[in-house]
Design a protein around this ligand. Sequence first.
Ligand SMILES: [Zn+2]
Length: 342
Amino acid sequence: MQQPAPDNPIDALVAEKGVLLADGATGTNLFAMGLESGEAPELWNEDAPEKIEALHQGFVDAGADIILTNSFGGTRHRLKLHNAQDRVFELNRKAAEIACRVAGKAESRVIVAGSVGPTGELLVPLGALTYEEAVEAFAEQMEGLKAGGAEVAWIETMSAPDEIRAAAEAAIRVGLPYTYTGSFDTAGRTMMGLAPKDIHSVVDDLGQSPVAVGANCGVGAPDILAALLDMTEARPDATVVVKGNCGIPEFRGTEVHYSGTPELMSEYVRLAVDGGARIIGGCCGTSFEHLAAMRAALDGHREPENRPGIADIVARVGPLRNKSASESGAGTGTRRSRRARG
Ligand SMILES: [Zn+2]
């Protein structure tokens, strides 16, 4: 029998404010601060903490209610690529401490969520990582995040349902409330075939419910809003997150440029409110300037009005890049999005 999520700051702040604003891009903004491609952002928690602090401060100043720690690649499996697999606890603890420093001096309540991304490994039987090893790797990371003051485990950009489950189980084990979001980048589903409407039931067999579920990254604003409609229709009472990319990445030589404007992201916020999202933020490409515009849009549009359909989304923020999950049928495994992005 599944227990409801324990008392947690997200439920409390949603009850107070209705809809919360999460922060914007970590990677994009750190690259702008000089992070080199191939360098692990998490190492900056020790080597350049002032830059991570500036990242969080920029989002708090722009009006974020939730900031995500700089720990997306903080499992031993990801840090191994940078020979830092023995520094998991310290790097994650520092990530949370830096974010807590910024949140602690903010004028209004800012929640520090501990970002937890995929391990980058495939789980058995597709790959070599066992489910128990995945739980242990996530728990190791979350112990560091919790020790540094993270209030919730923010599991994000996930593709495989069993990896979501492993991370959720780790959060329960460590004693953190948790949220999780999938990246619906492949014909309206995750690369591993999970459809937005099915995001709610991924952890039904675990002992404790998530605080929120949803979508992040993926393709552009229109596609994540289409996923939102599926998620809120499937379970209207759930707290649903959308943290969409700021437009579509365009490759200019070695530079990645995102096409989204502050105006487009503002319209995305209003549509997300109307579509039933309770936590709205930006992913790749979302700068401080974009987030400030999103804050203003949210403050001007706190209550859902008319629930949009796909046609409204297309009319207001542009065409879908992929078919939505409902249009694309049952897990056909087409790679339209890969081609569209390349
Ligand atoms: Zn992203």
